[in-house]
Structures are given as C-alpha cells and as structure tokens.
Design a protein around this ligand. Structure first.
Ligand code: PAN
Ligand code: ZN
Length: 186
C-alpha cells in the first residue's frame, strides 16, 4: 500500500474543497440581535445571506491539541449605517487564541477584551491577524466586494455567542461619510 496520499482538503484561490468540508450560512434573520437599526433591518429580507463559512474539522469538537480551519465569506452591504458583519464571539475556553488571514476584499477585525475595551484592525488581502485568548472577535465587510479570510483555531476553543448576543461589543463599526468609524455602543 502506498504511504503517499492526496491531501484531505485543498484550497484553490478562496475555495475550500474536499468531502469533509462543512458549509453553513448566516442569514439576516439569524442576526437580528447584532444590528442596531431595527427599522433598517426590517426593510431587508430575513433570508438575505450575510455570510458563509466553509470549515474543516479533522478531529472531534473539544479535542485538546487539535486545530480547525475555516474560510469566512462576508457579502458587502449595510444595515442602516452598520456594515454586514459576523455574530462575533469569545471562545468558550477563554484563553484559546486564533489566526485570521485575509484573502480578498476589505474589512475590519473588531476586538474586545474582557474589560470591554474595544479596538479594530484593518483587513485587506495579505493581512495576518493574531487574536489572543480572552479577546472577543467579529469581522465586518467595509468594501463593495466579498471579504474572504481564513482562520485557524484550537479544536477545544468552542464558541460563546451568548455573551455578545446579550451585551454586544462596547463599540460598533459604522460608516460615517463613507469612512469606517468605531463609535460607542449606547
Ligand atoms: C471564525 C468565525 C467565523 C464566523 O471561524 O467562526 O468568521 O463568525 P461567527 O462565528 O462569529 O459567526 C472563528 O473565529 N472561529 O473561532
Ligand atoms: Zn473565533
């Protein structure tokens, strides 16, 4: 028997291919708690896809020592003056970090520590982002084209969405005269 095999997944450009790749999409109707302008939100169809994620989970969830790989594709658009964005989360195991690598488009990685201090890093093709443990993370598409980035995170990190769903980030990213700006979330 040959000991040389094909890889289990491939990435051609921004497309992740392989039998074990799992895909999900997040529609506006799944994201009603994250956007602030409820009037603008209800003008848009709830089945509008805001982002998609293709992931490779080579080991069981919660396995210590493993790594997961995923690509997120955020469509361009706004709800009121807020850019299309991901739900955002802390890792359930708080000290677990993550890498993001931007492939195409323009965006912002919004970060918040456990003291609720919020800041952001610009994302553009080639940008590499280290997200330390204990830091919540969300990405927003600030451009006119799809924002695609890959991510690598520990298989035992888990996702705590509830904390962000309830309290949000302390700042929100809005378009002010077309410029992405972080403003206080009140
Ligand atoms: C990413 C995110 C992905 C979607 O793979 O899960 O960008 O964002 P939400 O999970 O906040 O909906 C990651 O950070 N994994 O840990
Ligand atoms: Zn994460």
């Amino acid at each position: 028997m040959s000991t040389i095999t094909e890889p289990r997944i491939t990435q051609i450009g921004k497309e992740l291919k392989g039998a074990l790749v799992e895909r999900i999409d997040r529609k506006l109707g799944d994201l009603t708690d994250i956007f602030h302008d409820k009037g603008a939100l209800h003008q848009l169809p709830p089945d509008r896809v805001i982002y998609e994620v293709a992931s490779y989970f080579p080991v069981q969830h919660d396995t210590e020592g493993g790594l997961f790989y995923g690509i997120t594709y955020i469509h361009p658009g706004v709800v009121g003056n807020e850019y299309f964005m991901t739900k955002g989360h802390f890792h359930r195991v708080r000290n677990r970090g993550e890498y993001y690598f931007t492939m195409e488009g323009e965006g912002m990685l919004i970060l918040m520590d456990e003291q609720r201090k919020t800041w952001a890093e610009k994302m553009y093709p080639g940008s590499v982002h280290y997200i330390p443990g204990h830091v919540a993370h969300r990405t927003a598409n600030t451009g006119d084209t799809v924002l695609s980035f890959s991510a690598v995170w520990p298989s035992d990190a888990g996702h705590d969405y509830a904390t962000i769903s309830e309290d949000g980030f302390s700042k929100i990213l809005v378009s002010q005269d077309g410029i992405p700006t972080l403003i206080d979330n009140r």
